[in-house]
Design a protein. Structure first.
Lengths: 277, 237
């Protein structure tokens, strides 16, 4: 047992591990908070779509040897895509899910084409599944700023976010403009996706947005409860995931997703059993 | 002066006119039912009254110290709402957000008022229950309570009984009638002709170029309206 704690203590003593823990916790928290409103509005796949756009953008940036500014290139591209996807789902003849599929597959295709042509030595696996231990100082600063922004948004505009999520028509009628809140949430989601991609990879980042809120919806009946529980579940799953990954030598991103999935399964069983009683 | 005056109002989308040259007034304490076939512009008119739709011609005037922010609106239910994890109290209180620009929390006074409204509409027993666990009629009463929190003088209801069984509908209609007796002005869009003729003080029947506006009694004796009714019956056959 003391061995076990010694292993953990030495693991946590590395600066790069501490950085990963800080950034990972902040991103998990932000993703879970934003995820609750996205899931409830039936925009669950937006995170997935955006991460593919992020993949395309990062691939292009890296292939043209501007890797140092890759984030600076990917971030605005993904923000624009987020606005575009939200507007497309609202107005156009292409429905939201189809729009997301169109944009995400196209970005993925373009990204891989460019990668294949220009940089054969790039490790695609790193883009697809991320690596939580390659987080840079820049990422760390950005993720602190992001988490503060998301938290402020949820503290001060909590009631309005709830109102807009629950009923856009009513919100418009009483002068709470859904456009502004949807826009702010889209921008923050884009930032979460770009930052989270480094850690979780293109294919896995959207899990951080969807699982915690789905889990919370299984056992919370109030919106306040769902928001608070999602944040807690997300943090718990991240910490558990990263420790398990280290102990069992699994890739961290995938382990975090699997832990999230297991927690969801448990919540589902729990609510089924409670329903029977 | 009337609460709302619409003068030679025309509404449309991208050059296509939906409602043309419409004139009517809503006085304090009126119960106006807006009826008409699908596509006759009922929803467009509601959007215009709420200020969500530009007027193409004519104007909407608000009088008697009344402004658009004082409208309590009951929109049609959406699919997203039916399984939404939120308690009844959380939903009802959002009605007060129409008075909040730069304050972020509800005052004690508002919480009290919300409790009073929930008592009145008999939703208090489920005020900590989850919205998704309620029946259709209960959900509709919750949304009505939210609208009342927002309403100063006027309640605007968009097909409030859609999807409800007859018993639930009549409970809801009686509550709305009671609110009207207490002095609240009601504007209700409905497909339910019987309810319109039974509860309304005024009727606005939207129909292409020959819309009717008048009291319920006038509507009974109106030639054109009889044709509407006959016409509707014929198309139903």
């Amino acid at each position: 047992m003391t061995d076990f704690f010694a292993v953990l203590a030495s693991f946590f003593s590395y600066p790069f591990v501490q950085k990963a823990l800080l950034v990972g916790s902040l991103i998990s928290l932000s993703a879970a908070l934003l995820g609750t409103t996205l899931v409830l509005k039936r925009y669950s796949m937006i995170g997935d779509g955006l991460s593919h756009v992020g993949f395309g953008a990062l691939a292009i940036a890296t292939s043209f040897h501007i890797a140092d500014v890759a984030m600076g290139f990917a971030l605005p591209v993904v923000v624009i895509a987020a606005f575009f996807l939200l507007r497309l789902s609202e107005n156009s003849k292409i429905h939201g899910d189809a729009a997301i599929a169109l944009i995400s597959t196209t970005s993925l295709a373009v990204g891989y084409m460019v990668m294949h042509k220009n940089g054969t030595n790039v490790d695609v696996g790193n883009y697809m599944f991320g690596n939580v231990f390659t987080i840079t100082d820049g990422d760390a600063v950005l993720s602190v700023v992001l988490a503060i922004a998301v938290m402020l948004l949820f503290v001060f505009f909590y009631h309005k976010i709830f109102c807009v999520t629950f009923d856009e028509s009513f919100s418009k009628a009483i002068g709470v403009s859904p456009g502004i809140y949807n826009g702010v949430i889209a921008v923050l989601t884009a930032v979460v996706v770009v930052l989270g991609m480094r850690m979780m990879g293109t294919l896995l980042i959207s899990a951080l947005m969807i699982f915690p809120s789905l889990t919370s919806m299984r056992f919370c009946k109030s919106f306040r409860g769902v928001v608070a529980a999602s944040a807690l579940v997300s943090l718990l799953a991240f910490l558990l995931g990263i420790v398990l990954a280290h102990l069992l030598d699994f890739p961290a991103g995938s382990t975090i997703v699997v832990v999230n999935a297991l927690i969801y399964l448990m919540a589902m069983l729990f609510s089924k059993i409670r329903g029977r009683l | 002066m009337a609460l709302i005056t619409c003068a030679s109002l025309s509404l449309g989308y991208e050059g296509k006119t939906v409602v043309s040259d419409l004139t009517f007034q809503v006085e304090k304490g009126n119960y106006l039912c807006i009826i008409g076939e699908n596509g006759s512009g009922k929803s467009t008119l509601i959007r215009a009254l709420l200020g969500l739709k530009e007027v193409s011609r004519g104007e909407i005037r608000y009088g008697d110290g009344f402004s658009r922010q004082g409208i309590g609106y009951l929109p049609q239910q959406t699919l997203v709402q039916r399984d939404f994890p939120a308690t009844v109290t959380e939903i009802v209180r959002t009605g007060f957000l129409n008075r909040k620009r730069f304050s972020f929390f509800y005052s004690e006074e508002e919480k009290e008022k919300a409790n009073g409204i929930m008592d009145k509409l008999s939703v208090s027993p489920y005020k900590s229950s989850s919205y998704k666990a309620l029946s259709g009629g209960q959900q509709q009463r919750v949304l009505l309570a939210r609208a009342l929190c927002a309403a100063k003088d006027l309640l605007l209801l968009d097909e409030p009984t859609a999807g409800l069984d007859p018993l639930m509908s009549s409970t809801l209609y009686r509550m709305i009638e009671q609110l009207n007796h207490e002095g609240l002005t009601i504007i209700m869009v409905t497909h339910d002709m019987d309810a319109a003729l039974r509860y309304a003080s005024h009727i606005l029947h939207l129909h292409k170029d020959t819309s009717f506006f008048g009291t319920r009694e006038e509507y009974d004796h109106c030639q054109v309206c009889a044709q509407f009714l006959d016409g509707e019956e014929q198309t139903n056959d």
